[in-house]
Design a protein around this ligand. Structure first.
Ligand code: GLN
Length: 517
């Protein structure tokens, strides 16, 4: 069997038993990246040498009989929003082009300590703002199922590289759906853990009260393997939870008898593509066949989710992104272009020049900030900064931001009430299968509505998983979402694993992933 056909669980077992070397596994995936990524653009950087060096060191360790980490020899692709000291970290923004962080994100450090092999950094929407990957400053990612379509976003590169077998697993981040939605549109499995389950230290911040890192893989079993390594308390992230990390892979086989899954009738309203509705209903039927009980429930404030999210997330983003001013962090505009008397110059006083003293210096400094930000950020990031700055401004704070926080509380209460009646909530991830590149990019509101089914999970701080539950007639994957109470990741993974034992949607591969003869 080729390494790219193996599950991550089988791959690490084979390496541990000496049936496969870490080097051979790594080479196999690097070869696929070289062959396929020209068409997909899932990677912003590939660390071929570093990956081969790490893999060789793991094989050496094994030869010497030294203990191996739980992910020994497993190639992992990491979203470019996580800091890596030995590879660029750009967040798909010109603002951070060429940036090499001085340290590893906690998740990256844990992957390395577990002997995983980091093969490269994946493409994404700039600063994780978007749902199609079209907001990347380095070109969109193409969906492996149909290269003319979007892979979803913002972790589109991570989803696409797993879908095309360019990596067995990847790391994504999810602020309003960015793991689950691209997983759904690319036919893979992606888990957004409970807020605080995984350390955010070293994740470039978008909206700090919503951001969460999680695993993306071909199955629940592989997600469980990865989550076990990356989850857990980190004193370096004040919001990380102290509760112990259970063995996520240990309990997957337990049947679903007695598990109650909520179904929200309002999810099936206008706007949901009939093919998606059909596949989602079929998935509920499969869960019923697996022993679960399906119960209709109401989430009365869910329809306010998108409006609430698109206030809170931009507000937090406008604050988090203030640090990119060309002086403290980020791209700095060329000094030659900083003449204060130029049209549009900020507080420029003609005749004063841009000397290093008095008002001239100040105006040149402000000008430098303005130009650096104008040049470094793309249009969607600028839109969010303006939305957030406006909603936080003195005159509007109560009307927008404070009100959004109150609605967030109501949405959270919906979840608490629902989880009195059910153990999980099921439903669609997205209203449609993958849309065409360019189809929504000119219409921000249409793009924001793509997040209808995913944003409430983050607003409530609970966990969610998405996995394939069928295909459209045109051959595009359709995703199913399960959400669970805080820290119920074991149940999310178990329910998904049970479903994946009854069905084979998650085993289907896009034609582009087929091996050449
Ligand atoms: N699509 C959403 C947005 O544009 C979610 C992004 C995310 O989860 N990072 O904000």
């Amino acid at each position: 069997m080729q390494p790219s056909d193996m599950s991550a669980v089988d791959l690490v077992t084979a390496v541990r038993h000496g049936d496969l070397t870490a080097l051979r596994a790594t080479e196999a995936f690097l070869e696929r990246i070289e062959r396929l990524d020209g068409q997909i653009n899932a990677f912003l950087s590939v660390d071929r040498e570093g990956a081969l060096r790490t893999a060789a060191a793991i094989d050496e360790k094994r030869k010497k009989g030294q203990p191996l980490g739980p992910l020994a020899g497993l190639p992992v692709a990491v979203k470019d929003a996580l800091c890596t000291f030995d590879q660029p970290t750009t967040c798909a923004s010109k603002m951070l082009a060429g940036f090499r962080p001085p340290y590893d994100a906690e998740v990256v450090a844990r992957l390395r300590a577990a002997d995983a092999v980091i093969v490269g950094k994946t493409n994404m929407d700039e600063f994780a703002m978007g749902g199609s990957n079209e907001n990347s400053a380095f070109g969109p990612v193409h969906n492996p199922w149909d290269l003319t379509r979007a892979p979803g976003g913002s972790s589109g590169g991570s989803a696409a590289c797993v879908a095309a077998d360019m990596a067995p697993v990847a790391i994504g981040s999810d602020t309003g759906g960015s793991i689950r939605q691209p997983a759904g549109l690319c036919g893979i499995t992606g888990l957004k853990p409970t807020y605080g389950r995984v350390s955010r230290r070293g994740l470039v911040a978008f909206a700090s009260s919503l951001d969460q890192i999680g695993p993306m893989a071909r199955s629940a079993g592989d997600c469980a393997l990865l989550l076990e390594t990356i989850a857990g308390h980190d004193p370096g992230d004040a919001t990380s939870l102290e509760s112990p990390v259970p063995p996520y892979g240990a309990d997957l086989d337990r049947p679903l008898e007695g598990v109650r899954i909520g179904r929200v009738p309002a999810h099936f309203g206008a706007g949901l593509c009939p093919e998606v509705a059909h596949a989602v209903e079929e998935a509920f039927a499969a869960f019923r066949a697996a022993g679960a009980t399906i119960i209709d429930i109401d989430m009365p404030h869910a329809d306010a989710g998108v409006a609430t999210y698109y206030l809170i997330a931009p507000c937090e983003a406008s604050s988090n992104l203030a640090r990119y001013d060309g002086a403290h962090y980020g791209h700095r505009a060329e000094p030659g272009r900083l003449h204060p008397a130029e049209p549009g110059g900020h507080r420029a006083e003609p005749g004063k020049g841009s000397g290093a003293s008095g008002g001239g210096f100040e105006s040149a400094l402000v000008e430098m900030y303005c130009r650096s930000r104008a040049e470094g950020f793309g249009p969607e990031v600028k839109r969010r900064i303006m939305l957030g700055t406006y909603a936080l401004s003195a005159g509007y704070y109560d009307a927008y931001y404070a009100k959004a926080l109150k609605v967030r509380r109501l949405i959270r209460q919906d979840y608490l009430d629902a989880f009195e009646k059910v153990d999980l909530i099921g439903g669609p991830v997205s209203a449609t299968a993958a849309f065409k590149l360019g189809e929504k990019s000119g219409d921000p509101l249409a793009m924001y509505l793509v997040d209808l089914y995913t944003v409430c999970t983050n607003l409530a701080g609970v966990g969610g998983i998405s996995f394939p539950c069928g295909f459209t007639k045109g051959g595009l994957p359709i995703g199913f979402q399960l959400q669970a109470p805080a820290l119920a990741e074991p149940l999310l993974l178990r329910a998904t694993d049970r479903y994946q034992h009854l069905t084979d949607w998650h085993r289907r591969r896009p034609a582009i992933a087929a091996r050449p003869r």
